[in-house]
Design a protein around this ligand. Structure first.
Ligand code: DQA
Length: 147
């Protein structure tokens, strides 16, 4: 069975209370519950991991190789700073979709650059919590066309 890793980075544990006008009212537990329900409907397995620590995110990407078929990654602010996350994705070659709740391109200049995008299958941003579902469907479709 196809298995996806839903990987969330720093401050995404604060969803629901963190700048809800930007990130919405859903908590991370709500988002993950929606992902689990969607996974059941689609017949795929998922695991959900969140960490505020860059190295733990690198570890999770490395551990995904051979365990998960694809990664949905909201790397939070590390998107804009982390060569280590770029290298983990490039080094493991696990297909990865970069995801953001907010439209990072309509926000501050420092959010316009991503170290993840050039090693990602694609990027989804600006659709709030629905983006996780869009990303799951996009990854399932991507993996099907690769088979
Ligand atoms: C975010 C956008 C990032 O710029 C920010 O640092 C986050 C959340 C998003 O989901 O919109 O932490 O990844």
């Amino acid at each position: 069975m196809t298995s996806l890793l839903i990987l969330n980075g720093p401050n995404l544990n604060l969803l629901g209370t963190r700048e809800p006008e930007i990130y919405g009212a859903d908590t991370l537990a709500d988002v993950e519950a929606n992902c689990r329900a969607h996974a059941t409907a689609k017949g795929v397995d998922i695991a959900c991991v969140q960490s505020n620590h860059e190295g733990a995110l690198v570890d999770a990407i490395q551990a995904a190789k051979g365990t998960h078929d694809g990664i949905i990654l909201n790397a939070g602010a590390y998107t804009h700073t982390s060569i280590a996350l770029h290298d983990a994705i490039a080094g493991t070659q696990v297909p990865t979709i970069e995801l953001h709740l907010s439209n990072v391109h309509a926000r501050e200049e420092f959010r316009h650059h991503s170290y993840i995008a050039r090693v990602a299958v694609g990027v989804i941003c600006g659709f709030g919590a629905a983006g996780y579902i869009l990303a799951m469907d996009a990854m399932i479709g991507h993996l099907e066309t690769r088979r």
